[in-house]
Ligand binder design. Structure first.
Ligand code: FAD
Length: 283
């Protein structure tokens, strides 16, 4: 079995600070952790590997510092870690994120063997959209199982996976073909503590680091801000005003200055006086 687990490094707090101008996450000064949902996915992947053999690869797209979260996942027992990092990815929304991750998973398949299962968490605690897992499944044409609370059985020979899915008012038991993508709910297992052996191995492990080009992404306009329609709109501030604002001289006498200011405003917007009179009549 080859299992890929997508993990995201997220700020360790719910107080997400978003840049007032670029609308992108301001990560400086906020400690980072592995997205909690992703640890439950990782535990499920490690359990399957322990039971059936094979390897677990953890993958993240993020800044170079995201390697700390990958190394953390190695201490739990993951076999390999891949960091997808490039300035082209900055400011990605879920569309651009799923595009980049899907391409990286293709490259992982070519390099280390096609994955039988791709795991993602149900959502992240910062972006909170729950869109990336399904987006990756769609782009890789994988069957997707969402809101999964338990992996019941996996039969690599028969190429089937049986899961329990949390549904409205109950639980569904579903069987699907491999390969597939699974998004795991939180709290569905007990995340293990890594062994000393894993901790030592993690400290020395080489993290595979790929740029967009290394991952085989040729069209970088589908990445980052340029590939993110839900962010671009918020980035373009309104066009700067062409004419300069008029200066109104002040005498220092408040009442006279206020009258001068109102006269200047009404001179520029004559309809305003009629509107205000109409409004006042309606109150
Ligand atoms: P989700 O879709 O919630 O994540 C689900 C799972 O996908 C995760 O558990 C993880 O397994 C996997 N995953 C997600 N991101 C990565 C990654 N970078 N590397 C590896 N695996 C990953 N983007 C939008 O498109 N629309 C928005 O409305 C939006 N709002 C945002 C609001 C805030 C406050 C913030 C901080 C970000 C927002 N973003 C939004 C950007 C969004 O965080 C990124 O696109 C992000 O990489 C994926 O979205 P998500 O965090 O919502 O992931």
């Amino acid at each position: 079995m080859h299992i890929v687990v997508c993990i995201k490094q997220v700020p360790d707090s719910a107080q997400i600070r978003v840049h007032p101008v670029t609308n992108t996450i301001m990560r400086q000064g906020v400690p980072s952790i592995v997205n909690p949902y992703d640890l439950f996915s990782l535990e499920e992947a490690l359990r399957l590997r322990d039971e059936l053999g094979g390897t677990v690869t953890v993958l993240t797209m993020g800044p170079p510092t995201a390697s700390e979260s990958l190394r953390k996942c190695l201490t739990y027992g993951s076999d390999r870690a891949v960091l997808l990092t490039d300035r082209f990815f900055a400011g990605s929304d879920t569309l651009a994120t799923s595009f980049a991750l899907a391409q990286a998973i293709r490259k992982i398949g070519e390099t280390f063997g096609a994955p039988d299962i791709v795991f993602a968490g149900k959502q992240t605690i910062d972006g909170d959209t729950a869109q990336v897992g399904p987006g990756v499944a769609k782009r890789l044409d994988l069957l997707q199982l969402t809101y999964i609370q338990k992996i019941v059985a996996c039969d690599p020979e028969a190429r089937t996976l049986t899961v329990e899915r949390r549904a409205e008012g109950g639980t569904q038991t579903l069987v699907t073909r491999l390969p597939c993508l699974v998004t795991m709910l939180e709290g569905v297992n007990q995340v293990r503590r890594g062994s000393i052996h894993d901790a030592l191995r993690a400290a020395r492990a080489e993290i595979v680091t790929w740029s967009a080009k290394d991952a085989g992404i040729e069209d970088v306009t589908k990445c980052g801000l340029r590939g993110s329609p839900t962010v671009v709109k918020r980035v373009f501030a309104p066009a700067p005003r062409s004419e300069k604002a008029a200066a109104v001289p002040v005498s220092g006498k408040a009442a006279a200055d206020a009258d001068a200011l109102i006269d200047a405003i009404l001179a520029r917007q004559p309809s305003l006086e009629a509107d205000l009179t109409h409004l006042a009549a309606g109150i």
